[in-house]
Design a protein around this ligand. Structure first.
Ligand code: OGA
Ligand code: MN
Length: 212
């Protein structure tokens, strides 16, 4: 990826993220991305039509199925050739390089997915990657919901192993980003009562196992 950066980045921020990933495997940050990057995304998302989204499936490749008891979001895969994603991809490329530099994860690229949860949507507890079954190693989720209220629900609940109680409950507020090791944390999206947008990137290693 050769995306040009038009903003400066604070390397201590990336060092901090990597420290937290190394010690606890996840990090929750508010307003990590520059404001103009967030607003470019928001404008772009607002301009998308419902036809740009399709029902989200579970499983991989030919085993994919739409299962409404498990997840009800709609998704749109993003790429760099869409105008509004340029700065996001530039920023997340810097995250990828920093993680490789500090933690030697060997991430070689990312896949980015925008998810829309209409009122009534949720995503039951799941892992993003099962050891040896996908090449996803790191997940980042960026929330793009201005004026989010606690009464809207739609929280990200993060679990440790088989624990019943989440150890982290994250409100999907505009500018909040969660980053975690994909194989480590089961998580779910609680019932959302309001339009909810999240932008997930999965950073992958190159081990010949298909991504999705
Ligand atoms: C996912 C996911 C969480 C969220 O798409 O795999 O877990 O908060 N999304 O949108
Ligand atoms: Mn997930």
């Amino acid at each position: 990826m050769t995306t040009q950066l038009d903003f400066t980045l604070d390397d201590t921020l990336f060092a901090d993220i990597c420290d937290q990933l190394a010690t606890q495997g996840y990090v929750v940050m508010h307003n990590l991305l520059p404001t103009h990057v967030l607003h470019a995304l928001l404008d772009g998302i607002t301009a998308l039509s419902q036809n740009d989204f399709k029902a989200a499936a579970i499983g991989r490749a030919q085993d994919q199925q739409i299962v409404e008891t498990i997840r009800r979001d709609k998704i749109c895969w993003l790429n760099e050739s869409m105008d509004f994603t340029h700065d996001y991809f530039a920023w997340s490329e810097q995250l990828r390089l920093a993680v490789n530099r500090y933690l030697y994860l060997g991430l070689f690229d990312q896949e980015a997915m925008l998810a829309y949860y209409a009122p009534g949507a949720f995503y039951k507890r799941h892992l993003d990657a099962f050891r040896g079954q996908t090449n996803r190693r790191l997940t980042s989720i960026l929330y793009l919901n201005p004026d989010w209220q606690p009464s809207h629900g739609g929280e990200l609940l993060m679990y440790e192993g088989d624990e019943i109680e989440p150890f982290q409950v994250v409100e999907p507020r505009f500018g909040t980003m969660v980053i975690f090791l994909s194989e480590l944390f089961p998580h779910e999206v609680s019932l959302s009562h309001h339009d909810r947008y999240s932008l997930t990137s999965w950073y992958r290693i190159n081990d010949g196992v298909p991504g999705h």
